[in-house]
Design a protein around this ligand. Structure first.
Ligand SMILES: [Zn+2]
Ligand SMILES: [Zn+2]
Ligand SMILES: [Zn+2]
Ligand SMILES: [Zn+2]
Ligand SMILES: [Zn+2]
Length: 246
């Protein structure tokens, strides 16, 4: 277990990395770096875990006070690890142009996004090493550039096929044609509706006229009847007067 840890961990942090010179107490006497994963021996001396385990493989005495040290009696100092993690450091890519500073504990996450990190070109087969910030400029010139069509048609595009690939244009044309058709249908429906509305208005007017003429006819009828009555009464009186005259 301890052996595996030793092989994957490195010694202390380079003092030069820190924005402010680290406290003397935080320096490992074995590697002279800032304590990485600090552990304490029974004699209260503190070292990087890797450094002391390596040392104890050769001799089981403390490098500071020469007292015997039992390798199974060294303790990881979690609180100290945390406070060292809060110390501000400069980016290791400072010489390439990165001016960022951040807590030591964020070193790894910064390296994943640092624009001045040297990374291999992500396209398979390309051997170029470049700064992350130059990737966008490199991609259009990379012979090994491969990317699935972002429209999701499933085609993997290369530098040479990308220019001719037009599934996006085709999709857009299809969409625009459909939209034009829909607009035409909507307009035709609107025209039809306007025609029906005007027909209805026309019919309303006609019905109105028919009603009016029916009323006029009724009136006429009534007038005619009235005239008939009047005439008959006058004629009867006339006849009666004529009769009386004769
Ligand atoms: Zn050390
Ligand atoms: Zn000691
Ligand atoms: Zn950086
Ligand atoms: Zn490349
Ligand atoms: Zn496509």
């Amino acid at each position: 277990m301890a052996e595996a840890d030793v092989s994957t961990q490195s010694g202390g942090y380079d003092v030069e990395l820190f924005v402010n010179p680290p406290d003397y107490d935080l320096i490992c006497t074995i590697c002279q770096g800032v304590l990485r994963c600090p552990v304490r021996s029974a004699c209260h001396h503190i070292f990087c875990k890797k450094c002391i385990l390596q040392w104890l493989r050769r001799q089981e005495t403390c490098p500071c006070c020469r007292k015997p040290v039992n390798p199974s009696l060294i303790f990881v100092m979690f609180k100290l690890t945390k406070s060292i993690g809060r110390l501000k450091i400069k980016c290791k890519n400072e010489i390439r142009g990165c001016a960022d500073t951040f807590p030591l504990s964020e070193q790894y996450s910064h390296s994943l996004s640092c624009l001045y990190e040297l990374i291999p070109c992500p396209y398979q087969g390309c051997k170029v090493q470049l700064l992350r910030r130059d990737l966008d400029a490199h991609a259009p010139n990379c012979e090994h550039w491969r990317q699935p069509c972002h429209m999701g048609c499933g085609t993997v595009l290369t530098q040479s096929t990308q220019a001719q690939h037009n599934c996006y244009k085709e999709l857009r044309q299809e969409y625009e044609t459909k939209q034009r058709n829909h607009r035409a249908i909507a307009m035709a429906l609107q025209r039809k509706m306007r025609r029906m509305q005007s027909t209805m208005a026309h019919m309303k007017r006609q019905i109105g006229l028919i009603c009016e003429s029916l009323e006029v006819m009724d009136d006429l009828h009534e007038v005619e009847e009235g005239v008939d009555l009047g005439e008959s009464s006058s004629s009867s009186s006339g006849t009666s007067s004529a009769n009386s005259n004769s």
